[in-house]
Design a binder for this molecule. Sequence first.
Ligand code: FES
Length: 153
Amino acid sequence: MSSDTSTEGMDGTRRGFFATMALAFFGSVSALGFAYPLGMYLWPRERKVKGAGERSMKIPLSDVPIGEARFVRFLGKPAVVVRPNEQQVIALSPICPHLGCIVKWREKEKEFLCPCHGGRFDSKGIVLGGPPPFPLPPFSSSVEAEYIVIKEV
Ligand code: FES
């Protein structure tokens, strides 16, 4: 009889220990789940600084033939560079302002087409037709020596 009582006591102690450990574990996970987004909000990894340290990207001019478009990643997001002619370079966000699909370049028509709902944009990102309410957002772009330089607007 006394051995049963000591076993129950040990089970109770063990159960208590595991309950405490489980509570500590889930409490830590919950605290981390709250602290991480708060930390990212208060101390973001990338900071936008005007002027020095401007965030830009260089693409060799030869990578974008005249009349074609090149899709790249800029600042972790998609971007597209178009050369409608020898002098002009245009950099845009290819994210459709309607519902966020990525537009495709139609080389023959020299326009962008959104595959989701048929939104159409010219090479400058201006809406030609379909449901998009706004043009494709532009990036600043220029030609420096043999490179196309894209910058945040
Ligand atoms: S998402 Fe592009 S037209 Fe709807």
